[in-house]
Ligand binder design. Sequence first.
Ligand code: G3P
Length: 478
Amino acid sequence: DGEVFKYYVDGEWRKSSSGKSVAIVNPTTRKTQYRVQACTQEEVNKAIDLAKVAQKSWARTPLWKRAELLHRAAAILKEHKAPIAECLVKEIAKPAKDAVTEVVRSGDLVSYTAEEGVRILGEGKFLVSDSFPGNERSKYCLTSKIPLGVILAIPPFNYPVNLAVSKIGPALIAGNALVLKPPTQGAVAALHMVHCFHLAGFPKGLISCITGKGSEIGDFLTMHPGINCISFTGGDTGVAISKKAGMVPLQMELGGKDACIVLEDADLDLVASNIVKGGFSYSGQRCTAVKVVLVMESVADALVEKVNAKVAKLSVGAPEEDSDITPVVSESSANFIEGLVVDAKEKGATFCQEYKREGNLIWPLLLDHVRPDMRIAWEEPFGPVLPVIRISSVDEGIHHCNASNFGLQGCVFTKDINKAIMISDAMETGTVQINSAPARGPDHFPFQGIKDSGIGSQGITNSINMMTKIKSTVINLP
Ligand code: G3P
């Protein structure tokens, strides 16, 4: 409890002049696990000033050298997988094995980003003028991709490492500087990840990691004139940021209410295992979790029975024991989930399991016969509670999916590929998975939400492109 982890700026670890700290509460024990510095606005200013200076020479550092440093950071990150995973277990109650997977996946992401970067940033375009009406062949245009400047990265609690490096990697390979504001839950894992970049030998000031209270430095960071791009993953805060941010490119990945549409001809064993994996892994705390099942009435009983059999086998307990279901991130989150459950109960949903909660630990729960008047039909629990809505036509399923304010991903289960593609076309979501649960990965796939689910597209290639702009030089021939 005594130690307060330092924040990272100018290539070193520092205490905040505020003398204050922010507590990180272990979701399992509900006791303070770690403390981080509560940075001040002056410290934010300093970090951004240093980033601006460091970025200028970083942008002139040869691309292959930038890639080399990223490869080094990726290797160090993987070497440090055990202590970082330990933080994820303690700070966000991620099951032990998943925590290790997150770090390894992050190392792979950074390496891939370095490789992709040298390819796509290593080439530009050459255009000639006489293709446009009225022009002679008198102008040659050379284009290349140049960095934006200082990127602000704000990842969420559920992937404090992976969704940080998915922003840091593209920013750095493209020649940008990076200011990271980690989530409070997950901040120590993020600081340790930044330490790996420190060990890799990136120039001083290029990367900083500012911890603190959102109320003190949140708006200050996102509205700061020194920030040239914001990449944010999280919840409603993203909507507020996009309203307040200045004229800078925004990359936002916000919530989702990913629908799983199940047709009559679907392989129900496959559907059931995907619903359980998609709905309950990391206790449903994923933007891409299956958040509503829309199943054709004729196969609903059989499907619900299969899902229930699998839910009964999920282990519930501590993340250290690698339980399938672990405590949700905070008491307020658990209370919110409980509110949705109570509402569904009052309105007559069928409880396939008994609702059970101890502290932040909520047992997995499938709610059948959910109707559109229940909050859980539309809201995102971010917990291990999954509603089933029975539909009498595919159109009804598509209609429910499209009536959501979210549009991140969705999935459809059927053996008829033509139907699957037609349904995919009709679903207003950034991605549709055919015969599998929604998922962001592999990390080089494009990842985007429409409506309230986000702005722009992520995935390694898209993020690199988004964090650059085109620079043209036109040669005018005599
Ligand atoms: O919730 C964050 C979102 O990016 C999910 O990622 O890998 O669990 O599909 P993933």
